[in-house]
Design a protein around this ligand. Sequence first.
Ligand code: IPT
Length: 270
Amino acid sequence: HTIGLATADLSLHAPSQIAAAIKSRAGQMRFNVVISMTEQSGLDAARAAINSLLAQRVDGLVVNIPLQDDEAQSLAALCQDVPVLFLDVSPQLAANSVIFDPTQGAQLGVAHLLSLGHRDIALLAGPQSSVSARLRFEGWQAALAQQQLQATAVMEGDWSALSGYQQVTRLLNEGAQPGAILVANDQMALGALRALAEAGLQVPGEVSVIGYDDTADSACFIPPLTTIKQDFRALGNNSVERLIAMIRQPDAPIRSDLLPVSLVIRKTTA
Ligand code: IPT
């Protein structure tokens, strides 16, 4: 039996760790995994990836590509009788999905900074073409608004470390110096740490930084990164078990599972 994994760019840390976790759980359950990767965002690239997996006669599909609701619906229709499970869609979508709770993650980050007394908070969001990036960004803004606060600066990167470095360098060059930066993923936080170090700013003494993901390397950043942990191993286990259950019981009702995230406090916040 074979599972098809259609995935976002595996040069990014989160999708590659998710793919590793899926591969490892599938192996334990005696399923093969074939992978099709998209380098571009958008519906056409996702459709091509899924078509290539369907042509290989997979028994079910896991789709870890950011998709709008209408895009996910049309791809689910394309799969016809082959069960499909989405990992990067909105929790509102009526489709089979397993996703990390984006609202909880955003709230945990804001609450941590507020508890440390921060009020001057900048946001470094992920690419707004991605549903998860948007939900994290909106979650931050909602959590700040609850305390009658607004972000003092808003930046957007493309998930890469380099984009985090460039965005924060630009912010600092404009003369801004926020007390804290909420970053939508650990890779961009890595770039932000470099920008702050080059500007001679102490983390966390002068600027606090929170990441998002808790990828395997984040505990080894300088300083070790405080972040929102998405447990990729749990997602791998959960999604493989769900998909195999869907393969065995094709007419089970549609279900959207929300996985909790957690705050990991290390050395970049004070
Ligand atoms: C999401 C990561 O949090 C982010 O860092 C980036 O790698 C992105 O994937 C790539 O699409 S995790 C996803 C399951 C929402």
